[in-house]
Design a protein around this ligand. Structure first.
Ligand SMILES: *[C@@H]1O[C@H](CO)[C@@H](O)[C@H](O)[C@H]1NC(C)=O
Ligand SMILES: *[C@@H]1O[C@H](CO)[C@@H](O)[C@H](O)[C@H]1NC(C)=O
Ligand SMILES: *[C@@H]1O[C@H](CO)[C@@H](O)[C@H](O)[C@H]1NC(C)=O
Ligand SMILES: *[C@@H]1O[C@H](CO)[C@@H](O)[C@H](O)[C@H]1NC(C)=O
Ligand SMILES: *[C@@H]1O[C@H](CO)[C@@H](O)[C@H](O)[C@H]1NC(C)=O
Ligand SMILES: *[C@@H]1O[C@H](CO)[C@@H](O)[C@H](O)[C@H]1NC(C)=O
Length: 368
């Protein structure tokens, strides 16, 4: 009678010890992992310039003096007639209800009285209001600029065409809150997401997932174009891979805003760059905008400047970059934006000094 009980006790004891050993093993294992992870984190932190803890605050306080709010509001009064995040960046998930309930041309409710049209209030924008924004162009001027930390210190970071950032983060920062792509880029992205080459596909997914919560949107005519199907492909890939990227669409093309530049600078640009349109849009929801990576010339301080910071492609001939550059310098002089060219430095703002008499003669045209 005693014997089976004795055996059972022994067996139970062995079980208990095994479970205990397994638990200890798992604990050390995860401790080990945690240590490796901590070391990784340490490494990435050391990649960045050493920042004082109140860096963001310090930078923004220093910079505040540069801006002239009177001029900023004046500018917003003009850009606000052409751009509005409620019209230009709408949740893609609201696309169906938009087509069903609203007239895309007038942005009014279909069932409202033609004489008293009501605005299309059934769609939402992920965009809020921000105190400081960085609008980051893809110009080669950013290489070796060390502007990364400064860019990341803004409340909202906007980029164009989903550029690579991780390998260049010292110079261009690592955050993206909004990226706006053009036709060519959207085609490239959907092709990469649909290719059988798993390396290319994974790279594109990684790029889309690099900045958690990033809004991904488009700048041209969306409704009735293939862009709508392409955005669906991107949206599906994002959902299937559990990325936190938000897809959005414009109810009208950024190019419908050509008159803005006539009103603003008296220029009739047939094709303002995505960067300039992005600034105009941002000015409607950002108080203080700093612009990085917008420099069209081929040389800066006797050094060659590549067109993009991430590739060796020659410049695109479509835009009036020289005049756009002159406009940015003028807006900087007026305190409407901070236009950063050259190196960023934590303790001194080592950028082109701006005066009231900026010489806006045509800069030397770059040869491609
Ligand atoms: C992280 O770096 C600091 C200073 O460089 C060092 O004191 C600390 O031990 C490092 N931590 C780990 C987990 O490597
Ligand atoms: C930031 O820290 C430095 C030294 O720690 C201090 O002198 C400075 O006043 C601080 N700046 C702000 C804006 O808090
Ligand atoms: C802002 O700019 C306007 C016009 O250029 C000027 O009259 C005004 O004094 C400026 N305000 C500040 C605070 O510098
Ligand atoms: C902007 O427009 C509003 C109303 O349209 C007007 O009250 C305000 O004075 C304008 N601000 C500037 C700086 O022009
Ligand atoms: C996938 O694309 C990469 C980059 O273009 C290329 O190096 C690689 O050979 C391709 N792999 C296959 C299986 O085609
Ligand atoms: C700009 O510079 C050029 C050459 O240095 C000079 O001829 C021109 O008068 C200047 N323009 C202005 C507006 O200062």
């Amino acid at each position: 009678m005693i014997r089976p009980l004795f055996h059972a006790t022994i067996f139970f004891g062995i079980c208990l010890i095994t479970v205990g050993l397994l638990y200890v093993y798992k604990l050390t294992d995860s401790l080990h992992l945690a240590r490796i992870f901590a070391r990784r984190l340490n490494m990435t932190r050391q990649d960045n310039p050493r920042l004082p803890p109140n860096y963001t605050e310090q930078l923004m306080t220093e910079r505040e003096a540069h801006f002239n709010m009177t001029n900023i509001w004046k500018m917003r009064n003009i850009t606000g007639k052409y751009f509005n995040p409620k019209l230009h960046i709408i949740y893609f998930s609201d696309f169906h209800i938009f087509m069903q309930k609203c007239d895309p041309h007038t942005f009014t409710l279909r069932n409202s009285h033609p004489r008293r049209p009501r605005p299309c209030n059934v769609v939402r924008t992920p965009i809020k209001h921000y105190r400081t924004c960085a609008v980051v162009g893809n110009g080669g001027i950013l290489l070796h600029s060390s502007c990364g930390a400064e860019i990341d210190a803004h409340e909202f970071v906007i980029r164009s065409n989903l550029p690579p950032v991780h390998d260049y983060r010292r110079d261009v920062g690592s955050r993206t809150d909004l990226t706006i792509v053009n036709v060519k880029r959207l085609v490239q992205i959907t092709e990469a997401l649909q290719t059988f080459n798993s390396t290319l596909r994974k790279d594109m997914l990684a790029r889309l997932g690099q900045s958690p919560g990033m809004i991904f949107s488009y700048s041209f005519a969306f409704i009735g174009s293939k862009a709508r199907y392409r955005m669906q492909i991107v949206d599906t890939a994002i959902k299937n891979n559990h990325l936190s990227t938000i897809t959005a669409f414009p109810s009208r093309s950024f190019l419908d805003s050509k008159r803005l530049y006539i009103e603003l600078v008296g220029k009739h640009w047939s094709f303002a760059s995505t960067g300039l349109n992005t600034f105009a849009l941002a000015s409607t929801f950002c108080d203080r905008i700093s612009m990085y990576g917008f420099y069209p010339m081929s040389r800066y301080q006797n050094k060659r400047v590549p067109y993009h910071y991430y590739d060796k492609l020659p410049p695109s001939g479509r835009h009036d970059f020289d005049e756009e550059y002159a406009m940015l310098r003028q807006m900087d002089a007026d305190g409407v934006i901070k236009h950063v060219v050259g190196k960023c430095n934590i303790h001194s703002e080592n950028t082109i000094r701006s005066g009231k008499n900026v010489n806006v003669t045509k800069p030397t045209r770059r040869r491609s």
